[in-house]
Design a protein around this ligand. Structure first.
Ligand code: NG1
Ligand code: MG
Length: 518
């Protein structure tokens, strides 16, 4: 069991070059807490944002992904209330009180946190964490459990709507704060991730578990290989030493990703399309027992289809599969999708109903009600093709990172090129097959490659937000220059404050922790 660490020094959280800035920030946080609430904060919970290196839009199909935490994070300073009150009160404010207005959450002793998803309030993410943590404590301590009241001050440096998962960082830090305030001595990382995934779904996006896993599990200096089957787990992936050190550069497109909208570009629609693709495939191949329920967001997944199909056809036990055989299975699945889901233009509700032998109403009720989607056509072919090919790319990427250290300059160069090529293919697939890029992200990638990046792609949900680039250290300046001259300067004024956070050279950061204020 891996526990969320309790730390006493900022050195345990941040890289050396970030320390002086972080010291100022933390002092500020603790000072404002005291000013606002008239008493000191007892703890700070912290959870970082993440960048996804490879494995895009496949976490909710239960395929492995490789994200890493960034230094930017959400801090929550808090102190539990000393005396019980009825109703229970949580006072909530943000260090940036102009942008985020303070609020108060009142809960009856019987529990029950109301979240008005339509309001898009920043406090919803705190409520989501509160709901999840309360649920966990009810299971552990009995249904009568009610959270204590508390004072809370939030400070976030992860840009919101920017593809670095500010939402997951906020939900994880909130849940962690609630657990600690209510006296949990140790917090299990896996439990925290699992509850944060479910919690975040309560605020309107039917997400996979990558962001929360990256935020909680990440270890400084390495990327994270996250698996969702047979159960959630994560291991550190270290980067090989290459001649020119491997650097990941993150560039903002400053296009806000509106992934919650219900139009054809919406995230939830992709989840529906992948789920329907899995169901249709399992019908086509007459899976004996249908498609078994798994922990995909809508109950069944493309990974579930893979396992069930090979179990039925070849009697293969998925848990004892070698990586090579796993890859072969995926390659065959790509051909199967190509043959059996031929319709480029998509499938309408009637066709899907016919293929599944299920009335349209039932399909809508089961898969399109909790998170409504608005679409005439469902592109089952393209979505399944992206998922299976992306799962292969993740396998290949992992193999490269796991391989032995390059022994010569040529080997080192080849390794970087191979890693970059996989990232570039992901971008192509996201743009053309999964349709989750946008012209601005495509342009940032083009410019970076032209200036020496090995690989460039969008990161996160896409449709805006951030891009990530594998750049040799000696080309970082050239890449930045290309963006400044051809992208940023054309879109924003020289003095636009956002420019200071447009490009970040990111080192893999550490995951969630609790800080004891002394
Ligand atoms: P963003 O929008 O970048 O936080 C989303 C999902 C992830 C994953 C990626 C695409 C949420 C909270 N997260 O990330 O689970 O599916 O898109 O790979 O919605
Ligand atoms: Mg998010």
């Amino acid at each position: 069991m891996a526990e969320v660490p309790i730390v006493k020094f900022l050195e345990d959280i941040y890289p050396e070059d970030a320390l002086s800035q972080q010291n100022v920030r933390w002092d500020n946080l603790l000072r404002i807490f005291k000013e606002r609430y008239g008493r000191p904060a007892e703890f700070v919970s912290r959870s970082p944002g993440r960048v996804n290196i490879i494995g895009e839009h496949i976490d909710y199909s239960l395929y492995e992904v490789i994200p890493m935490a960034v230094t930017a994070d959400v801090l929550i300073a808090f102190s539990p209330s000393s005396s019980p009150s009825s109703p229970i009160k949580i006072r909530l404010s943000n260090t940036d009180s102009k942008k985020f207005t303070s609020g108060e959450i009142e809960m009856p002793k019987s529990g029950g946190v109301e979240i008005d998803v339509s309001s898009h309030e920043w406090t919803n993410y705190f409520k989501a964490g509160l709901k999840g943590a309360t649920g966990l404590l009810k299971r552990k301590r009995g249904q009568n459990f009610a959270s204590c009241g508390m004072d809370v001050l939030v400070d976030g440096t992860v840009p919101s709507g920017g593809g670095l998962s500010s939402s997951a960082a906020f939900v994880c830090a909130s849940a962690l704060a609630i657990l600690k305030a209510n006296g949990e001595q140790v917090v299990d990382k896996k439990e925290l991730v699992e509850l944060a995934v479910v919690s975040e779904r309560a605020v309107g996006v039917n997400s996979g578990g990558m962001d929360q896993a990256a935020s909680v599990f990440s270890l400084r200096g390495s990327a994270l290989f996250v698996s969702f089957v047979p159960e959630l787990s994560a291991r550190a992936l270290t980067f090989p030493k290459t001649k020119t050190p491997l650097t990941f550069v993150i560039a903002q497109s400053f296009v806000t990703s509106e992934k919650k909208i219900t139009g054809p570009v919406c995230y939830n629609l992709r989840v529906v399309e992948c789920t329907l693709a899995a169901l249709v495939l399992s019908k086509i191949f007459s899976l004996r027992d249908g498609l078994a329920a798994d922990h995909g967001p809508l109950g069944v997944s493309l990974r579930g289809f893979q396992n069930a199909y090979y179990e039925q056809e070849d009697g293969v036990d998925p848990s004892s599969l070698s990586t090579e055989d796993f890859q072969k299975q995926l390659e065959k699945l790509v051909h199967m999708v190509d043959d059996y889901l031929p319709q480029e233009e998509g499938y309408d509700r009637e066709q899907i109903s016919e293929l599944l032998g299920m009335p349209i109403e039932e399909i809508e009720e089961k898969y399109m009600t909790k998170f409504p989607v608005r679409a005439e056509l469902f592109k089952l072919r393209q979505r399944a093709l992206h998922v299976y090919t992306e799962a292969i790319r993740v396998l290949k990427f992992t193999k490269l990172l796991d391989s032995s250290e390059p022994k010569s300059d040529e080997e080192s160069e080849k390794l970087l090129q191979d890693l970059g090529a996989l990232m570039n293919s992901t971008q192509d697939s996201c743009r053309d097959v999964y349709e989750c890029s946008c012209p601005e992200l495509d342009e940032l990638c083009q410019l970076a490659r032209g200036a020496g990046a090995y690989g460039s792609r969008l990161t996160g949900a896409g449709w805006g937000g951030c891009s990530v680039h594998l750049v040799p250290q000696d080309k970082v300046e050239a890449v930045k220059k290309a963006w400044n001259e051809n992208y940023y300067s054309k879109r924003m004024g020289k003095n636009d404050p956002r420019l200071s956070e447009a490009v970040v050279v990111s080192k893999p950061g550490s995951g969630s922790c609790l800080f004891l204020v002394e």
